[in-house]
Each structure stands twice: as C-alpha cells, then as structure tokens.
Design a protein around this ligand. Structure first.
Ligand code: MN
Length: 211
C-alpha cells in the first residue's frame, strides 16, 4: 500500500507565499488522490496476489524507473499517479517556512551548490531567471526540475526525470492547483513568491548526495 506522507511543517507555515488553504487541498486532496488511484490501479489487476503485493511493496521511485515492466493495461495510470505521488513527496521536502523578518530577501543556496550554480549559470540570479522562465514556458500542467548536473528540465503532467533515469535536486509544481487560489491565473506571481520558500539546505543535501 502506498500512503500519504505528512508535511514536514504546518499547513500554514509557508504563508504568506503559499497559503494554508492551498496546502490543505494540494496535500490532503490532490496528493492523496494520486496515492488512492495508484493503490487502486494495482489492486484491480487480474494478477496473482503475490505479483500485486510485489509491486505494492516497491518504492514508488523504483516503479517509475521500470514503467515498461508495469502491466500495459495500467501503465498510463501508474505513470500519472506514481509520478504524482513521487513528485509531491519530493516537492514538500524541498520547501521550508520562510525566515521571519527577511521576507523581502528570498533565501539563496550556499556552499558547494552555490559555487556550482555560479559556475554553470554565471550567477544565482541568472539561474533563477532561467528556471522561472522554464516554469512560465511550460504550456498546461507540469514540473520544472534541476538535476544534480544542474540541467533544467521541464516535464508535462506528472512525468518525472526518474523516468529517464535522471535525478532531481529541486522541483517546481506549475499545475494550476498549486497556485490558483492565491494567485489566480498569475503563474509568474506564484513562481516569484515560491523562491521565498525553497529549502536550499535540502537541495544542497540532495546535490551532495548525488556525487
Ligand atoms: Mn501538485
């Protein structure tokens, strides 16, 4: 069985940049729906119980790396819902509450990650601009990613770099459900605000762990 992980902070902790109502709907409804649909997809398969149990005991990231082995009749369902589960589990972790009093200055990476970003993009601001533009450029629903090699990727729907055997150290959800309540149609405003809640310590941890 796949289960919903708790948020690593309170639902109102990302305020004022991401509101409490959005966090409740995003985590308790949208993320949970991906998990419920993923469980149902496997449970309803006309396969031996052991085979179903084998899939359901697997790490969701492992499933996404071997989608071609998933029974064809549920492959698309699994791609969307295992993707949704993995992506959101990751997304909650790479955010953290904004530091009080410095809300006018968004946090920035430090240490080796800062150096690597400067080397690759010239400056943090230039990286931020490229990443934000990728978010604005994604037509419809999807995600923007940064890989350990500092490559910016852009995937539709709930697709993930894991499906191509790649990893992510940072990810931005640009589905409307992530921002519509507070920012309405203004994805640019959401992305601008989102930089204030990026957990760079976590991103650097993923960056260093990938070496
Ligand atoms: Mn989402």
């Amino acid at each position: 069985m796949f289960t919903l992980p708790d948020l690593p902070y309170g639902y109102d902790s990302l305020e004022p940049f991401i509101d409490e109502v959005t966090m409740h709907l995003h985590h308790d409804k949208h993320h949970l729906a991906y998990i419920d649909n993923l469980n149902k997809a496997f449970q309803n398969l006309p396969l031996a119980k052991e085979e179903i149990d084998r899939w359901m005991a697997m790490d969701v990231k492992e499933i996404l790396q071997k989608l071609d082995e998933v029974p064809e009749e549920i492959r698309m369902k699994v791609r969307n819902n295992a993707g949704g589960h993995a992506n959101h589990s990751f997304f909650w972790k790479i955010m953290s509450p904004p530091k009080e009093g410095i809300s006018l200055t968004a946090p920035t990476p430090t240490g080796d990650l800062e150096k690597a970003i400067d080397k690759k993009f010239g400056s943090f601001v230039s990286f931020q601009e490229k990443f934000s533009n990728a978010g604005l450029g994604r037509f419809g629903s999807g995600w923007i990613w940064l890989t350990p090699e500092l490559e910016i990727l852009d995937t539709p729907n709930q697709d993930t770099p894991l499906m191509e055997g790649k990893k992510a150290i940072l990810g931005l959800d640009v589905w409307e459900h992530a921002y519509y309540i507070l920012y309405k149609w203004q994805r640019a405003e959401y992305i601008k605000a989102w930089w204030n809640v990026v957990n760079w310590n976590k991103v650097e941890e993923y960056f260093l762990a990938s070496k």
